[in-house]
Design a protein around this ligand. Structure first.
Ligand SMILES: Cc1ncc(COP(=O)(O)O)c(C=O)c1O
Length: 388
């Protein structure tokens, strides 16, 4: 049997040696690793040893998270980064070169939108935004320079769902790398690789960590793709700190339990909101009234912890309800144990014109909830008093 990777030799006061095998992976708080000889370094450089050299390349506390993530995504390999945006940048800059075209869903996270439209294009990569409805027929749209397709499902804040298998199949038929930002679903509710996607991305800041105390990102896919992106991460430098790696690994231990409870509570909240006279519309993929309910039923095993409502009377009315919340906290971000509420008009869709809001399906009276782990009765009571 090979020794446990974290078995450490402890030196006792008497100088004797003792072995300690921790249950949890320790925090390897080190920027560099010690070698016994030149021959050991040579073996490392030739790829014939599994030693670590330098924490920007790899670190055991971070590697532990990557192995765990690969297992839960059903991937050959995974990579974690210092933020979700570092994962987006590592993927796009690692895969594309000047002259390539990226096809990007027009409904993506604002940071991704700015990175591809303001930054990527400066490096000679052209970007074409594709309406969500056309993603399943991307093979008919893609030109000769197209290399990759970036899309997201469910989409913020309407929770519209793209047919992932159809989009991935269309990409494959044209030799395009399909990349899905699956942050809103978490790996518990959606298995993009099994649906044919090449690369799955997460803002691990959200459900994977789950405690709103770490900023991190993740990518998972084939060994070939991840090896290529590991090179990009090494040189862009967007690595996760070992302390954050430890916190992320600890959060991931309860991912399944947390998300199962969030799915149940969100469904209860969504149903309750649908029956409330002041709520004009509820957006939740688990409700038959959601435009993509059928797609969600086909490709998700749970409908997630995000619920959006439109209280109908516009922005001022939404602000009044927002300001009256007591238990649910007013904050951006999502996926943590504390329930949060944000107004898309003040966060993800801030500064958009009326036409852009219509295109994104966002109304002035929208409120977005990230359902946490509080008792659903308490969440509903808070909503009831805020809406009263
Ligand atoms: C869907 C989605 N993708 C990517 C990101 C970026 O992640 P991070 O904030 O961890 O960089 C976010 C952040 O809100 C997000 O919601």
């Amino acid at each position: 049997m090979s020794p446990h990777p974290d078995t450490r030799i402890l030196h006792t006061a008497e100088g004797a040696q003792d072995h300690a095998t921790p249950l949890t992976r320790p925090i390897y708080a080190t920027s560099t690793f010690v070698f016994a000889s030149a021959a050991e370094i040579e073996a490392y450089q030739q790829g014939t040893s599994d030693q670590y050299l330098y924490s920007r390349y790899a670190n055991p506390s971070v590697q532990a998270v990557e192995d765990k993530l690969a297992a839960i995504e059903g991937a050959e390999a995974a990579l974690v980064t210092s933020s979700g945006m570092a994962a987006v940048a590592t993927a796009l800059f690692g895969l594309l070169r000047a002259g390539d075209e990226l096809l990007c869903s027009s409904a993506v996270y604002g940071g991704t939108f700015h990175l591809v439209s303001d930054v990527l294009q400066r490096f000679g990569v052209s970007v074409r935004f594709v309406p969500m409805a056309d993603l399943g027929a991307i093979d008919r749209i893609a030109g000769p320079a197209a290399r990759a397709v970036w899309f997201e499902s469910p989409i913020n804040p309407t929770l519209r769902c793209v047919d992932i298998a159809a989009t991935a199949a269309a990409c494959r038929s044209k030799g395009l790398v399909s990349i899905l930002d699956s942050t809103f679903a978490s790996p518990v509710n959606q298995r993009p690789l099994a649906l044919g996607v090449d690369l799955v991305m997460h803002s691990a800041t959200k459900y994977l960590n789950g405690h709103s105390d770490v900023t991190a990102g993740a990518l998972a896919g084939s060994r070939t793709l991840i090896d290529r992106l590991q090179g990009a991460r090494k040189f862009f430098g967007g690595v996760l700190d070992p302390m954050a790696g430890y916190a992320l690994a600890r959060g991931m231990k309860t991912l399944g339990l947390r998300v199962a409870r969030q799915n149940d509570s969100a469904m209860r909240v969504a149903r309750w909101c649908e029956g409330h006279r002041r709520v004009a519309r509820v957006f939740y993929p688990g409700l038959p009234s959601h435009p993509d309910h059928d797609v969600a039923v086909r490709q998700m095993s749970g409908f997630g912890g995000m619920v959006t409502i439109d209280i109908g009377d516009g922005y001022e009315a939404a602000c009044r309800v927002f300001d009256r919340l007591k238990l649910i906290q007013r904050a951006a971000s999502l996926g943590g144990v504390e329930s949060l509420c944000s107004l898309p008009l003040l966060t993800s869709q801030y500064g958009l014109s009326d036409d852009q809001l219509v295109a994104a399906g966002v109304t002035r009276g929208m409120m977005r909830f990230s359902i946490g782990l509080e008792h659903p009765d308490d969440l509903i009571a808070d909503l009831e008093q805020a809406l009263a």
